[in-house]
Design a protein around this ligand. Structure first.
Ligand code: SAH
Length: 244
């Protein structure tokens, strides 16, 4: 049987948010590779080998997955959320650039529900008008570029979703991001902290930028900042579809 490689998004956490095509690929796989907590979400079964690795070795993981597919294995590389959002799909294509002989392999990217969309749905509709998504980790880009993007997004009055807002190894960045946003957007702008969305630990809270503190976010939180029109209605928060 000829091998294939699927890069799949497992969604934000809940089993019922895994798409049927991702479940079908996992059911046919001989090998699953990914970051340790994501591989832990895949049920073990006879004939399936799990390859869990650390989160700093994405291109190595992708190269290994391509090698296995080239040998005839059926490989699923798993990401949380959507694999194209700050995740494994780009790492796969980086690996493929370095090894053109693998470009003829049967490769498919299967979408998943990304954290900001699951969080927005739980909160109401804070991304109901134009928005952008920014990764606040400076592992792969300089902090100055993050600040520039935050300033310009604020100037454009975009709602913003922040991934990887704050980790133990870089606690300072989110402090600076909040300061910059408070200055650029004013103290009354609404911001939603959505933690562990769709899991039993899900916790959402919406506050103003004046009330927001860095400790409200961790690595299991996606942060959604509204635009200038974002407002509360009942227990929800939403952004109107029209500007101005
Ligand atoms: N590919 C993933 C994002 C990977 S980056 C996706 O599309 O969702 C990891 C970051 O995603 C986390 O630091 C957090 O900001 C966010 N995230 C992932 N799952 C989440 C969840 N269930 N609830 C809240 N945020 C989540």
């Amino acid at each position: 049987m000829s091998g294939w490689l699927v890069v799949a998004g497992l969604g934000p956490g809940a089993e019922h948010l895994v798409t049927p095509e991702v479940s079908a690929a996992l059911a046919e796989a001989t090998d699953v590779a990914g970051y340790i907590p994501y591989v832990a979400r895949v049920a073990e079964r006879a004939g399936l080998t799990l390859h869990a690795s650390d989160n700093r070795v994405e291109v190595e993981r992708a190269t290994h997955a391509l090698e296995m597919a080239a040998e005839g294995r059926r490989v699923v590389v798993v990401s949380s959320g959507d694999p194209g959002v700050f995740a494994m799909a780009s790492a796969l294509f980086e690996a493929l650039e370095a090894r053109p002989e693998w470009q003829a392999l049967d490769i498919r990217i299967l979408p998943g529900i990304t954290a900001m969309l699951a969080a927005a749905a739980a909160a109401g509709a804070p991304l109901g008008h134009d928005f952008c998504a920014i990764n606040l980790s400076d592992n792969l880009k300089p902090w100055a570029l993050i600040e520039k993007r935050l300033r310009l997004a604020a100037e454009a009055d975009l709602a913003m979703a922040f991934y990887n807002p704050r980790s133990k190894s870089r606690p300072e960045g989110f402090v600076r991001a909040l300061e910059l946003l408070r200055e650029a957007c004013g103290p009354d702008r609404l911001v939603t902290f959505a933690r562990a969305v769709s899991t039993p630990e899900q916790h959402l809270r919406t506050v103003t930028l004046a009330e927001a503190t860095p400790e409200m976010a961790d690595m299991r939180t996606v942060v959604i900042l509204g635009n200038s029109a974002t407002r509360r209605v009942g227990r929800w928060v939403y952004t109107p579809r029209s500007a101005g």
